[in-house]
Design a protein around this ligand. Structure first.
Ligand SMILES: [Zn+2]
Length: 467
């Protein structure tokens, strides 16, 4: 398929310019004023074309619990999350579609799904998510969430004797699962990738982490993991390794330009230098960090040190939405309260670049997507500048980042294929999805987690919280 987007506004070095943009097959083939029309013509007047954003960290099955988990820190929140996680692949399919739909509707064309697996039905879970992403047409990195330790092991011991049960799976079992799912579902040429994604050092053995590095090297796969999201994880790493989690991952060969690391709230100065040197990417999830009280990631420090930073929504139970523009807005203005030197504050244009090129680099796709450049893959989004939320007309990118522009996306392309047109998804029936989600809903105002109270005593003791 070919498209000519006529008379559209794009960002330029000095401001904006009006051009025609042509897409042929998967790629952007021409950008110039008044091109010879080719293929489907798209009216670009009063519209802004930007590269698609990357939702660089999420967990799609969390959709089923959004708005419901108690206001508690990550370690206790996880207990509640797992007690009520969906157990049917059909639910995983629907929440993956839902996550992709909300990502597309807020300017994203790519996502990293750190996919929570149904115990005992792991391959079915991955198959359900892959099916959803193929249908909707978003570029997806399916990152099955794997670990070989049970949840209680994620708490620092604080010198207190703990009775921790072994996890359901061994390192060898989960590594075999990833190997199998790569063989079955990894098809980057059609926009579906499968990548090794251990939960984090707090729940994984060295054997598992090294196995992920080995798989990544052998199949040229990206790596993804949570890193130092909370103060408790920082304490645990010191207990477990006698050094920071970053230093430990570096020792195992986990860090590199194909590696993206969600959160990075509790890093040492020396850790930041390691991330810069290894060209690893930090995925900033500001809403989740606020919701769970994890802290504020020192993003200005990362940027000043040359660390690549992308934005993520994180799962919909710790956010509780998948609105990328909202994450970009909060994630760029949040830090102004941490640093009075306004010369370091993130501008709307910088925020857009972090969300698009920053996200692409974190997936080792910086040469393929992330900017509107001739020869790059056409992953791009057209915004309607006459939408109520973008009026009165001032600076379009400023309005988009600093305003509250829900539903301003007019069209979107992924890999040259149009997946949104006239504000609607073209690949799936959103009304049908809405009805299916409604039919599967289980409205529960009150529920009791069994695991949360079991962990709470230990958590309060090691975090120095009085009872
Ligand atoms: Zn996460």
């Amino acid at each position: 398929m070919s498209f000519t987007i006529q008379g559209v506004l794009i960002a330029s070095e000095s401001g904006y310019e009006t051009v025609d943009v042509q897409i042929v097959g998967e790629r952007i083939t021409a950008i110039a004023p008044q091109l010879e029309p080719l293929g489907t013509l798209v009216e670009g007047k009063n519209k802004l074309l930007l590269p698609g954003f990357v939702n660089a960290h999420t967990h799609s099955p969390e959709m089923w619990q959004r708005g419901s988990i108690s206001p508690v820190p990550l370690e206790l929140w996880l207990a509640e999350l797992y007690d009520f996680a969906p157990l049917e692949p059909e639910q995983v399919y629907l929440s993956a579609l839902h996550t992709a739909a909300e990502t597309l509707l807020s300017g994203g064309t790519c996502l990293v799904d750190h996919l929570i697996l149904i115990p005992g039905r792991e391959m079915e879970t991955i198959a359900a998510a892959a099916q959803a992403y193929k249908e909707i047409g978003i570029r997806a990195f399916i990152a099955p969430l794997i670990q070989d330790a049970s949840l209680a092991a994620s708490l620092p011991s604080g010198g207190i004797q703990q009775d921790i049960r072994p996890h359901l799976h061994t390192a060898a079992t989960v590594l075999a699962l990833i190997e199998q799912s790569v063989a079955k579902f990894h098809q980057p040429e059609i926009g579906i990738s499968v990548i090794p994604a251990p939960t984090g050092v707090h729940l994984c053995s060295d054997e598992l982490l090294k196995g992920c590095v080995e798989l990544s090297d052998r199949h040229q796969l990206c790596l993804h993991t949570h890193l130092l999201e909370t103060r408790a994880q920082q304490l645990l790493a010191q207990e477990k390794y006698g050094c920071s989690a970053v230093a430990h991952l570096h020792k195992l060969g986990f860090l590199g330009k194909r590696t993206s690391l969600a959160h990075c709230v509790w890093l040492e100065e020396s850790d930041i230098a390691i991330l810069a040197e290894t060209q690893s990417t930090v995925v900033h999830n500001p809403l989740s960090n606020l919701r769970l009280g994890s802290g504020i990631a020192p993003i200005f420090h990362y940027l000043a040190s040359g660390v690549n930073v992308a934005f993520g929504c994180d799962g919909a139970s710790s956010n509780d939405a998948q609105d990328l523009l909202e994450a970009i807005k909060i994630g760029s203005i949040l830090h102004n309260v941490t640093d009075p030197d306004y010369r370091r504050w993130i501008t709307p244009r910088q925020a857009i670049a972090m969300a698009s090129l920053g996200g692409a680099k974190g997936l080792n796709l910086g040469d393929e997507i992330g900017t509107l450049t001739l020869g790059k893959k056409a992953d791009c989004v057209l915004y309607d500048l006459t939408h109520l939320s973008l009026l009165p007309r001032t600076d379009p990118i400023g309005l988009l980042v600093l305003g509250r522009s829900a539903q301003a996306v007019h069209s979107a392309w992924v890999n040259g294929k149009q997946v949104m047109s006239a504000g609607q998804l073209t690949t799936v029936d959103l009304e049908h999805l809405r009805q299916a989600l409604f039919a599967h809903s289980q409205e529960k105002m009150w529920r009791d987690s069994r695991t949360l109270p079991a962990l709470e005593k230990q958590y309060r003791a090691v975090m120095g919280l009085t009872s």
